[in-house]
Design a protein around this ligand. Structure first.
Ligand code: SF4
Length: 348
């Protein structure tokens, strides 16, 4: 069971040991929101330059609400999970419309905005507004599961819900609320390590921790084995015409929604099969260049790609031509296609 002593120890530890990070200067809800979205699945060190660049270009929620979508995608390029950037803009538009251009001081209202779920609403509420709202991520689940020696699967929604409720009962208000949120996360990241032996001797929770007492840290947190990723073989064509390359924007939903893509076929085509797919485009097979193979891993899918550059006289439906420079400067290309783009850019 979690106690107020747990909360007090974490807050004291954080005030003494917490790292100085750009989004910890001041308690501006907009800045905290942007940092929290960027930090989901990306390391702190990698986020810092993106964070500065983003806020230099879009320093306020109202500027984000009216920014150009391609510019936004470009600012996000490399962070992955582009739907998060799209949701930022949609949420900013909604906040302008419904809340006068600010984020609401209420977790339920925050959750009504696109892309703001339990975790982000809890982080903004506690860190920016000092409300007693937990924000439970993987670090928090690990620390709590270990302290309480909870044997349940931490990936289950029911476990997360129970941990959130247990924390809510002991959450302080004011500055301590934010310090507890950031403190548990940082403790999970730096002391109660995800991979490798936790640094129990440096942990402020060592006297309370049941996993330490019973030497359970290898078994907890428990995770049920994951389903295997789906492998998608893919042949990618960098179709070239009049000095430009054929691209189209992906649909508004699904994997890599709204980003730009080259023409591709979800099959590993042999060289003998290529003309069959390229002949309708008036392909000049003499110009065909093999750009090699790459694998790109997403959460549930792996793309096994083989790419070719080829000159054509017409484009597939829905595609338009773009110069190599334009692609680099203003179109958001998924990381998966970047190695092939880099090859053509060098060769242009
Ligand atoms: S005492 Fe060890 S296992 Fe327990 S919370 Fe601290 S670091 Fe984690």
């Amino acid at each position: 069971m979690l106690t107020e002593e747990f909360a007090g120890r974490v807050v004291t530890w954080f005030r003494k040991n917490g790292r100085i990070l750009p989004w910890r200067v001041g308690r501006d809800p907009y800045r905290i929101w942007i940092s929290e979205i960027m930090l989901q699945q990306t390391r702190i060190e990698a986020v810092i330059p993106y964070y500065h660049r983003f806020l230099e270009e879009l320093p306020s929620l109202s500027e984000l609400a009216v920014c150009d979508s391609d510019r936004l995608m470009k600012l996000w390029e490399g962070l992955g999970y582009y739907s998060r950037a799209r949701n930022l803009k949609r949420a900013a538009e909604a906040a302008v419309e419904k809340f006068g251009g600010t984020l609401p001081r209420d977790a339920a209202l925050l959750r009504s905005l696109p892309g703001i779920g339990e975790y982000t609403a809890g982080a903004i509420s506690s860190i920016a507004f000092g409300l007693p709202e937990p924000a439970v991520d993987g670090n928090v689940l690990r620390v709590v599961a270990r302290v309480t020696a909870d044997p349940r699967d931490v990936l289950l929604a029911s476990t997360k819900k129970d941990v959130t409720e247990a924390l809510r009962l002991i959450y302080p208000t004011g500055q301590a609320a934010g310090d507890l949120t950031e403190g548990i996360m940082e403790l999970g990241e730096r002391v109660c390590l995800p991979n490798g032996t936790p640094l129990c001797e440096s942990c402020p929770l060592k006297e309370l921790c049941l996993s330490r007492k019973e030497n359970l840290w290898e078994a907890i947190p428990y995770r049920a084995p994951k389903a295997q990723r789906r492998i998608v073989p893919m042949t990618v064509f960098l179709l070239e015409k009049d000095g430009g390359f054929a691209l189209r924007r992906r649909g508004e939903t699904g994997l890599l929604a709204g980003l730009w893509e080259f023409y591709s076929v979800e099959r590993a085509l042999t060289k003998r099969e290529l003309p069959e797919y390229l002949a309708p485009l008036g392909a000049d097979m003499a110009s065909l260049t093999d750009l090699g193979k790459k694998k790109h891993v997403f959460t549930h899918v792996e793309w096994h790609m083989h790419a070719y550059r080829v000159r054509v006289s017409s484009l597939p439906q829905g595609f338009s031509l773009h110069g190599a420079e334009e692609i680099g400067d203003s179109l958001a290309l998924p990381t998966a296609f970047k190695p092939f783009y880099e090859k053509i850019k060098k060769a242009v």
